[in-house]
Design a protein around this ligand. Structure first.
Ligand code: GCB
Length: 612
């Protein structure tokens, strides 16, 4: 299956962005030829390489001229006018955002052309090849050897193109036009409180697989009491009737099943001796899925997550989420978006040093390293799509874009034991159009994965007859499993003393999760606890807020805002913010503020590890 096949027809017709409809593909553990490293780039604010001087796209012409950058052309004679040359152009590293690699691109929002030359890997004549992109922000127009493969929109999810018949043995030219301009109808939309990092921000690889291969699988502990595991395998290229073997060697499990006409095979077996996955014992087992000449190897944890009334249950036991929100940014070494597994690990280690057992990966799907490391390190995960603030709710294309991102997120990470919550949205204003949009998304998420909890970061308001009575009521709360909301009492909403007065009305028999609270503080700025921006104010806000939250009935955890300071164009205050949201418990470099210790002590107590 292809993200979007741009065949002959598409030389004449516009290539529409790829919205969904693509089956997930598990590639993380497969050997791939890496296309990371140095790419040649041309910054193109006027999209000169895409449009001719009459503003007609070159890639909709049957025979695009050499001036189309995706042709990656060279002059063929001394008078041949070609006004670009990738070979002599500047370079950027992939994966990586462009903003922090070159000071001239720090604020740039527009198009950059990327080019990579590569030789095809050795393969058998029947093998198939896929170009896999971890994420490109925001829109990618992708061309191989001068021909368009397709378009992808959405900056945080993987996509791929089958290029089996398009590869040359040597000297392939892969060209992307990457455009990070914000759009009113985009997901996210124009307005966010984070940096709009552009570029090929995650790895690119070429994956070679046999003609028939294990494309995807899912597996979950279906019954805690019976220790029964259920799942299914999806072959690609199958005719039906293929044998598939599923093995968990450490548990002595090996099952053989056969695919139906759709290439799918279901399995079900018992694992009486299995140790369940939990933050205390993040046990993973090797799984081998084989069919014909293909074998996919992975590591999986087995656990259940559920709610009972206002309680959260992990493996049937009550669970309190000692969480922290995290942006996928590692600014400690001057960079921006997390570039590799090492940086992802350091972020999660910061979270663990807080005694957290849970991370809210805000506000978009993070790179795949995060959930995989969380599996290994024993951190529970909330994963969300960037349906943030003022989405274009009534626009069907916007809905399909959001749904595609949801499908890609769930498709990629649904075998990660660490991931327990899919979140649909953040602080979205209640309206009929928004309710319809989110209830469709909720139904889609349930259809894709019924083994996890659904949530969304909602908002609170106050009762008209009682200004100290905070109410969480939202039609969305009916649809989700966990009633989550963000609140900033003592920061955007009143001063510290208000925190002590507020009472809560939350009329759902569901666990309550406080997905954000916090205050800005500049690390190293000290003063009176009554003065904002100081570490003391932030620490005091944490002390009072934690006491308040403990009074909420059904309070099942929190993920305060946020682990580390992060870049935001909404935060210009010189000398304090300097372009950073300062609500971190640590500076962007990882230096803890006082509030870090307040929250860590609280979490120690919750974990039953309070110092004497
Ligand atoms: C919020 C948003 C988060 C912001 C934060 C803030 O409610 O969900 O994205 O960064 O507040 O600091 O204002």
């Amino acid at each position: 299956m292809k993200t979007f096949a741009a065949g002959l027809l598409c030389l004449l017709l516009p290539v529409a962005p790829a919205w969904a409809a693509e089956a997930p593909m598990q590639v993380y553990t497969r050997a791939a030829q890496s296309l990371d490293g140095e790419w040649k780039v041309i910054v193109d604010p006027y999209e000169n390489g895409y449009y001719n001087y009459r503003y007609q796209p070159f890639d909709q012409q049957a025979d695009p001229p050499k001036g189309a950058y995706f042709r990656d052309a060279k002059p063929e004679s001394p008078t041949d006018l070609v006004e670009y040359d990738f070979d002599t152009a500047m370079s950027l590293q992939v994966p990586g955002d462009w903003n922090t690699q070159d000071p001239r691109l720090y604020y740039y929002e527009g198009s950059v052309w990327y080019r990579k030359k590569f030789d095809a890997p050795a393969r058998r004549p029947t093998d198939r090849a896929f170009l896999e992109f971890g994420a490109v922000n925001y829109r990618a127009d992708v061309y191989l050897n001068g021909r368009k493969l397709g378009v992808h929109e959405g900056g945080f999810t993987p996509f791929r193109f089958e290029v089996t018949d398009r590869l040359r043995p040597r000297g392939n030219s892969l060209v992307l036009k990457v455009d990070n301009r914000r759009r009113a109808d985009g997901v996210p939309t124009l307005n966010t409180d984070w940096w709009n990092y552009g570029g090929i921000t995650r790895s690119v690889g070429l994956v070679v697989v046999p003609e028939v291969f294990v494309r995807d699988y899912r597996l979950a502990l279906a019954s805690l009491a019976d220790r029964e595991v259920a799942g299914r395998v999806q072959l690609d290229g199958a005719r039906g009737g293929e044998e598939v073997s599923v093995a968990l060697p450490e548990l002595g499990v090996r099952q053989r099943v056969r695919t139906g006409a759709d290439g799918q095979a279901e399995f079900r077996f018992r694992v009486p001796g299995a140790r369940l996955w939990s933050p205390e014992h993040p046990q993973l087992y090797r799984i081998e899925i084989a069919s014909g000449s293909d074998t996919l190897v992975d590591r999986v944890g087995l656990r259940t997550i559920a709610t009972r009334g206002r309680q959260l249950l992990l493996n049937g036991e009550p669970l309190f989420l000692r969480g922290i929100s995290v942006h996928e940014e590692y600014a400690a070494d001057g960079g921006g978006r997390v570039r590799d597994a090492g940086q992802a690990r350091r972020l999660l280690e910061r979270a663990r040093s807080l005694e957290a057992n849970f991370v809210r990966l805000a506000h978009y799907p993070h790179n795949e390293h995060m959930a995989r490391l969380a599996d290994e390190m024993g951190l529970l995960v909330w994963s969300e799509i960037p349906v943030y603030w003022t989405i274009d709710w009534a626009n069907e294309a916007t809905y399909r874009n959001a749904e595609a991102q949801l499908e890609a997120m769930i498709g990629r990470d649904r075998n990660r034991a660490s991931v327990i919550i899919w979140s649909l949205a953040n602080e979205t204003p209640v309206s009929d159009a928004r309710n319809r949009f989110l209830s469709r998304l909720a139904a889609r998420a349930r259809a894709l994965d019924d083994s996890r909890l659904l949530s969304a970061a909602m908002e609170k308001h106050y009762r008209e007859d009682d200004p100290d009575m905070a109410v969480v009521e939202d039609p969305l709360a009916e649809l989700v499993d966990l009633v989550s909301f963000n609140q900033y009492i003592g920061w955007y909403d009143g001063t510290l003393d208000k925190i002590d007065r507020v009472r809560w009305q939350i009329p759902y028999d569901k666990p309550v999760f406080v997905s954000e609270f916090g205050a800005d503080a500049k690390q190293g700025l000290h003063g009176d606890a009554g003065a904002i921006w100081t570490e003391e104010y932030q620490a005091e806000l944490y002390r009072r807020t934690l006491r308040m939250l403990d009074r909420i009935e059904g309070f099942a955890g929190t993920s305060p805002w946020i682990l580390s300071d992060f870049r935001s164009p909404r935060r210009p205050l010189a000398g304090v913010q300097d372009g950073f949201n300062r609500k971190g418990l640590m500076s962007e470099k990882g230096e803890p503020k006082q509030a870090f210790h307040v929250l860590r002590d609280y979490y120690r107590q919750k974990a039953g590890n309070a110092p004497p």
